[in-house]
Structure formats: structure tokens, C-alpha cells
Write a protein that binds this ligand. Structure first.
Ligand code: AMP
Length: 398
């Protein structure tokens, strides 16, 4: 089989990340990756680097809109400097209750997924926009959607079901989970020796944790939307519904319509809460660690709230799994924040989780548990784009 360049598009709220992989004879290798960052700010960046890290494009363009940003990416990828993609894989957080399988994208499928924007309100609009633009700007190239919810489809009903009246359940309100492509990629990297009882903590700006049995998702912390579960950069995580009602009523006192009040509540719960809300300073762990060094008590509380919540979830997942063989940390904080890993694991000795401080004093892939720790603790960076390429190749029947 000849080489098959696959473009992966993975968008965030103010960035579009992409990579191109070559797939030949069952081998996948990354040819290059890039991003347009800072959309809608004065700090627009556009870069592409090859697999060896050499910068091929390094610009600071004005990026007033996502249309301008994606046009830059498409035009670079159409130039003769890069191989023409023969398939495109799109990362998508949630396609709602009716789109749960990774599949080829059609205009009708995009409309269907768009109707469930409320299930991932921060992520869906830009992903939908990019899918429509990719169909238009790369005519004739097959596009495929890879859903984060796909990995979580194996959860039992007791984990998926929300304790709400049936009429809302029938509208598709249930636990879907997120970060599924990351979890899948950790399991993929552990193959063929995937431990029976595994917990993976994906700790990035968005944070979640999953209990995985024999490679299949048993439970996960995020719920209907990525706002649920663990406290993260700007999101509440799980919270007493009474708190949301209290805030909603406060907002409603000065808001004209119920929809406007709900929109404001969404901003509070998903953009102003979490580490940012508690610290009043930043959603970025590096900033918080710096502030803690200067004695900032609110930064300390925010980070304590984060690590304490994660330790509690680990405890409940050990109970659910009936024990634990391996704990994996991944995501920007999971891979890099040595102190967070130490603080999360500090009280978990009774569960057999014992870190080796010297081994933990590292960034990137490593085994960080003590020699005699009953549970192996590892750091493994996710390989999300590779996972998407694998799905695309499978769906193309290649
Ligand atoms: P992600 O969303 O996976 O890119 O992760 C972003 C989070 O990782 C932010 O909170 C960053 O502060 C955190 N992070 C990245 N690098 C480091 C580092 N060297 N030390 C501590 N936290 C880091």
C-alpha cells in the first residue's frame, strides 16, 4: 500500500491544532504538526514544525476570527510544501445520544451533532465550524469524526444514568464522559499488557479521571458535559445543584430573559470557576505554583481543592474496580506537575499507591511508584492524534 497522508484536526476554543501522519504498511509516522493559536486576541500565532521539531512556518498573523485562522491552515496544507491529505480525522467531544460511533462525516451528520451543542458548549461550535469548512476546502477528501464519548460507551447503565426524571433522560441527558481519545490512547500504549484494574487521570486545563477494567471504560468523572467531575482550570466540576440554582436566581434578578440568565450561569460554571474561581488569579497550574511560593493562600486553596478532589475520585474508583493494578497520570498537569502528583498520592498509601519521590521528580514518560508499591504508578503522555489516525485508517478499510 502506498503512503496515505492523514490530516488530524483538533480544535480548542481559541486554537486549531493539526498534524499530518503518513500511514504505510501498518506503520504510522508523524510528518509534521502545527497550530493557529490566539484566535480573537492580539497574540495570533501560526506555526508548523516537522517530526524532528524544525520550524517550517513561524508567523504572528492577525487572527480576528476562526475563519481567518482556518483559511491559513488550509492554504498552507494546499501548498506544494506539504503532501496533500487523503483523509481527514476530526476530534469531537460529544455527538449527543444519536452519534456515538466514529464515522464518515456528511453534512447531515454535522447538523445532527450540532443539535447537541449543549452537551459540550465550549467545544462543539468550533469543531462543527471546522468540519463544514474542511468539507468545503478539501473537496473529495473523506472526513471522519472521532468522538471522545466513544471510549466511554462501555460504561454500565448505573454509571451512565443520571438521577433525574425520565423525560430528561429520554432527551439524552446522561453521563457521556470526555477526554475519551486520550484514555483510548493510554490503553493503546499499554497494549498488550493492559492491567485489569486501571485508573487514568487526565489532568490538563480540563481534568477528568476514568476507571478502566480490562481496557474498557467502567466509569468516568465527567458527566453530560465536560463541566462535571473534577474541578478543573475554569470549571466547577461536580457541585451541589443548589449552588447553581442560587447563582441562577441571583443572575435572574438583573437579567431580562431566562435564556440570557442561563447563558450567564454557563459562563460562571465553565469559564470563571475551578482553579481560576477559587484562586481569583489564574487557571494555569504553573501560575498557581509560583503564587504558592510567595505565600498566596487562595492559590494554595485552589490547588488543594484540585488534588483533594482527585484523591477522592481515585478512592471511589478503587472501590468500584475492587482494587487497583495501575494508576496513570497524563495531560499537561499529570505529565509535568511533580507537586500535584505527590500531593494527590500522599494520602493514598492505604490503597497501595506509594510514590518514589526521586522517580516522581521528572517530566514526561516514567514509572514513578516505589519499588515495593503494590500499585504501579506511571506517567504516560497521551497520543491522541495517532489514535485518531488509527480510527481513520480503520474506517477507510485500509
Ligand atoms: P493541557 O490542557 O493538557 O495542555 O494542560 C495545561 C495545564 O498543564 C496548565 O494548567 C499548565 O499550567 C499545566 N502545565 C504545563 N506544563 C507544566 C509544568 N511544567 N509544570 C506545571 N504545570 C504545567
Amino acid at each position: 500500500m502506498s503512503s496515505l497522508p492523514v490530516l488530524v484536526l483538533n480544535s480548542g476554543s481559541s486554537s486549531i491544532k493539526f498534524s499530518v501522519y503518513e500511514s504505510a504498511h501498518g506503520d504510522r509516522s508523524k510528518l509534521f504538526e502545527g497550530a493557529v493559536d490566539g484566535i480573537g486576541t492580539d497574540l495570533g500565532k501560526f506555526w508548523i514544525k516537522d517530526a524532528a521539531g524544525k520550524k517550517l512556518v513561524d508567523q504572528t498573523p492577525a487572527l480576528p476570527t476562526r475563519a481567518v485562522a482556518f483559511a491559513l491552515v488550509a492554504s498552507a496544507l494546499h501548498s506544494s510544501d506539504f503532501p496533500a491529505p487523503q483523509a481527514i480525522g476530526h476530534r469531537m467531544v460529544s455527538g449527543g445520544p444519536t452519534v456515538q460511533e466514529n464515522q464518515r462525516i456528511t453534512p447531515e451528520l454535522i447538523d445532527e451533532m450540532e443539535s447537541y451543542t449543549a452537551f459540550a458548549p465550549l467545544h462543539t461550535p468550533i469543531a462543527i465550524y471546522i468540519m463544514r469548512e474542511a468539507l468545503r476546502l478539501f473537496p473529495g477528501i473523506p472526513n471522519f469524526v472521532c468522538l471522545d464519548t466513544y471510549f466511554h460507551r462501555t460504561m454500565p447503565e448505573v454509571a451512565k444514568h443520571m438521577p433525574i426524571p425520565d423525560e430528561y433522560t429520554e432527551m439524552g441527558v446522561r453521563r457521556y464522559g470526555a477526554h475519551g481519545v486520550s484514555y483510548e490512547s493510554i490503553v493503546y500504549q499499554l497494549e498488550p499488557k493492559v492491567p485489569e484494574k486501571l485508573i487514568v487521570a487526565h489532568l490538563g486545563n480540563g481534568a477528568s479521571i476514568s476507571a478502566i477494567r480490562n481496557g474498557q471504560c467502567l466509569d468516568t468523572s465527567m458527566g453530560l458535559t465536560p463541566t462535571g467531575g473534577i474541578i478543573s482550570g475554569t470549571r466547577t466540576g461536580d457541585i451541589d445543584p443548589g449552588v447553581l440554582l442560587f447563582i441562577l436566581r441571583k443572575i435572574a434578578e438583573t437579567t431580562e430573559s431566562a435564556t440570557a440568565a442561563a447563558d450567564q450561569l454557563e459562563i460562571v460554571a465553565s469559564k470563571k470557576a475551578g482553579l481560576l474561581g477559587v484562586s481569583g488569579l489564574s487557571n494555569d497550574m504553573r501560575d498557581l505554583r509560583e503564587a504558592i511560593k510567595t505565600g498566596n493562600a487562595k492559590a494554595r486553596l485552589a490547588v488543594d481543592k484540585f488534588t483533594w478532589t482527585i484523591a477522592k475520585w481515585i478512592g471511589s474508583f478503587v472501590a468500584e474496580l475492587g482494587g487497583l493494578d495501575m494508576l496513570v497520570f497524563t495531560g499537561g498537569i499529570g505529565e509535568n506537575d511533580i507537586a500535584s502528583r505527590a500531593e494527590i498520592c500522599a494520602g493514598l498509601g492505604a490503597l497501595g499507591i506509594v510514590l518514589d519521590p526521586a522517580r516522581n521528580n521528572t517530566r514526561g514518560e516514567a514509572v514513578i511508584s516505589a519499588e515495593n508499591s503494590p500499585v504501579t504508578v506511571r506517567v504516560i503522555p497521551p497520543a491522541e492524534d495517532l489514535m485518531i489516525v488509527n480510527h481513520v485508517i480503520r474506517l477507510m478499510g485500509k
